[in-house]
Design a binder for this molecule. Structure first.
Ligand code: 5GP
Length: 191
């Protein structure tokens, strides 16, 4: 997605540890017009797949998923919670995810009330690195008995293993910008 790539080149900052900071438009301050373009692009790429629910993970995926949902017939958005919350009653689908940026492992959960057989789920997230977050969300979809339509990622770091692992599983994975390298602070995209 050319407009996204140009924005990453303009406002992205490469940090230590292969972390790309895009706080100016994606992860802290949010460019809603760009989010809308991203949602439209996901809708094109997943057209005809019958998506009726979008699943993401708190917190950075939420804004993107909500805007995207408007391009999927205003379908509900569920965000997986990272810690046990008193507000969540009843049974949960639970999985474990290792955080790429924080280096800790936490429980991720979705209420059984909101996902189940008959649902066709699109997973949306901001980044794909080693694939832990996405694998966790896929596991939750499997536990629920819902069908996975695919996964839409805004920025995939193609030099890390997540993309290959998930594509090898046969999942329809669509990343709008794939960064192939960030050596010496220079961002290079896959064509
Ligand atoms: P993974 O689980 O695929 O290793 O990492 C994906 C998650 O880690 C994303 O949900 C995102 O929040 C975070 N993440 C991974 N790499 C980056 C990065 O380079 N920049 C930012 N801002 N977040 C990242």
């Amino acid at each position: 997605m050319e407009i996204l790539k140009q924005r990453i080149l303009k406002d992205g900052v490469v940090k230590e540890g292969n972390v790309l900071k895009v706080d100016k438009f994606l992860n802290h301050q949010m460019d809603v017009k760009l989010f809308n373009d991203i949602g439209e692009e996901f809708a094109k790429r997943f057209a005809g797949t019958g998506v009726n629910k979008i699943l993401t993970i708190e917190s950075s995926g939420i804004g993107i998923a909500c805007i995207a949902a408007q391009h999927f017939n205003n379908c509900p958005v569920i965000f997986a919670k990272k810690t046990l919350s008193k507000n969540l009653d009843g049974e949960m689908f639970v999985t474990q995810v290792k955080s790429y940026t924080k280096g800790v492992t936490y429980d991720v959960m979705v209420s059984e009330k909101y996902l189940g057989k008959g649902d066709k789920v699109l997973i949306i997230d901001d980044f794909l690195a080693n694939g832990c977050a996405l694998m966790g969300l896929i596991d939750i979809v499997k536990q629920s008995g819902a069908e996975l339509a695919g996964a839409g990622i805004v920025i995939e770091k193609g030099f890390q293993v997540g993309g290959k692992t998930i594509r090898d599983m046969g999942v329809k994975l669509e990343s709008l910008a794939i960064v192939d390298s960030m050596d010496n602070g220079t961002i290079t995209f896959r064509d």
